[in-house]
Design a protein around this ligand. Structure first.
Ligand SMILES: *Cc1c(COP(=O)(O)O)cnc(C)c1O
Length: 390
């Protein structure tokens, strides 16, 4: 058998930054020591800088969903009315969590592939002046669509509701002006654009969110944000932290600061644009054509082809793991990720592989058509000096 390198090309977990991976070797430290406190304080400060906010930032030992749940249990009381904007599997997760905790949910739902328009939220806020919270995904990873959180945030800002943004793949792939746009809680996870393995989630909390937390009566114990904030000041976590992930995160944040947080976003935007152009050049349809985000691009396979064939072929021929659709979208789309440690060389290879797979499965392809589209985006970006390091 010939060599096939294993490549992780999914929108979470994402490819690991080698330096971050190596840093995990140093995890034989105890968490109630000065060494650890220094690490923890540094990671919190860098996270805050990279997120670009003056709000408090907290870290939790959990995958992203843990921080989603924490935002609900820490800021709301049983029966509180909230508005959930949902246009995909992760929007449905917001609906699931808020309902599980007995909140009174007003659901603004759009079909998979589209996004909830700010005007719809405006109407819902007017019709529900007693709403205490609004939940949304900045980037809906299951469909590749993005929400206009800037427009939404400005609407929520003028109400008594807090705006809770799942930016788990939005962070590092789209501009998020947390303080100016009124994004009260912004949630991220380690295994997305920050290039480290799964294991910690984090969130920023505005003064308005803390005010909600003051009166919130839902039960909580492990994810107690007030307790976490009190401990964080001293460089401590409430419970045993995910030390190895924090060591990795420390290195990754250093890398992102050197690169520039805005350039991490531009990198994803450029790769997403090139992917859309390649798909179109190959005669494929984009699943979220009207509201494309830059974390991941969802593409429909040629008519009559199950996207599972493409996913399987990537693995069997090229050792690469790409994402299928989730839930009812399984078989209908495949997803190409751009968030975090992805570059143009990755994309040249991915699109070249895709062309081979399409041709081998009965979809005629002029080899190089998609790759050329990516090359053209690269070339024009390089000419316009858009690219980092050029
Ligand atoms: C990955 C992801 C999550 C969190 O999933 P976990 O498996 O709990 O980390 C939540 N929302 C979005 C949009 C995501 O992409």
């Amino acid at each position: 058998m010939y060599i096939r390198k294993q490549r992780l090309l999914t929108p979470g977990p994402t490819p690991l930054l080698p330096k971050a991976l190596h840093a995990m070797m140093g995890s034989d430290i105890h968490h109630r020591t000065e060494d650890f406190r220094k690490l923890y304080k540094g990671v919190l400060a860098d996270l805050k800088e990279v997120m670009g906010t003056s709000n408090d930032v907290l870290i939790l030992v959990a995958s992203g969903s843990g921080a989603m749940e924490a935002s609900v249990t820490n800021c709301f009381s049983p029966g509180d009315k909230v508005i959930v904007c949902s246009a995909g599997k992760f929007g449905e997760r917001w609906a699931g969590i808020t309902k599980a905790y007995g909140l009174n949910v007003v659901l603004l739902e759009e079909p998979y592939g589209s996004a909830v328009a700010a005007s719809k939220l405006e109407a819902a806020l007017a019709a529900n002046p007693d709403a205490r919270g609004v939940f949304v995904q900045a980037s809906e990873t299951s469909t590749g669509a993005a929400h206009d959180v800037e427009a939404m945030g400005k609407l929520v800002k003028n109400t008594n509701a807090i705006f809770v943004v799942d930016a788990i793949t939005g962070m590092g792939t789209m501009p998020l002006n947390i303080d100016e746009w009124g994004l009260d809680i912004v949630i991220g996870g380690s295994q997305k654009s920050l290039m480290v393995p799964p294991g910690v989630a984090f969130l920023s909390m505005s003064a308005k969110a803390w005010k909600h937390a003051e009166s919130a009566r839902l039960p909580r114990y492990y994810f107690d944000l007030k307790k976490e904030a009190k401990n964080a000041v001293n460089g401590e976590s409430s419970w045993t932290p995910a030390t190895s992930i924090l060591l990795a995160l420390g290195e990754a944040l250093k890398y992102v600061k050197e690169l520039g947080a805005a350039n991490l976003v531009r990198n994803a935007e450029l790769l997403a644009r090139a992917t859309r152009e390649a798909a179109t050049a190959l005669g494929l349809t984009l699943f979220s054509g009207a509201n494309p985000g830059s974390a991941v691009t969802a593409i429909c396979p040629p008519a009559g082809m199950d996207s599972g064939v493409i996913v399987k072929e990537f693995r069997n021929r090229f050792g690469a793991i790409i994402a299928n659709g989730q839930g009812t979208m399984k078989g209908q789309i495949f997803r190409i990720a751009h968030l975090g440690y992805f570059d143009f060389a990755d994309l040249f290879a991915m699109v070249a592989a895709l062309e081979i797979i399409l041709a081998a499965n009965g979809h005629p392809v002029q080899f190089g058509t998609g790759v050329a589209a990516v090359q053209n985006v690269y070339a024009s970006a390089a000419l316009n000096r858009e690219l980092v390091n050029t």
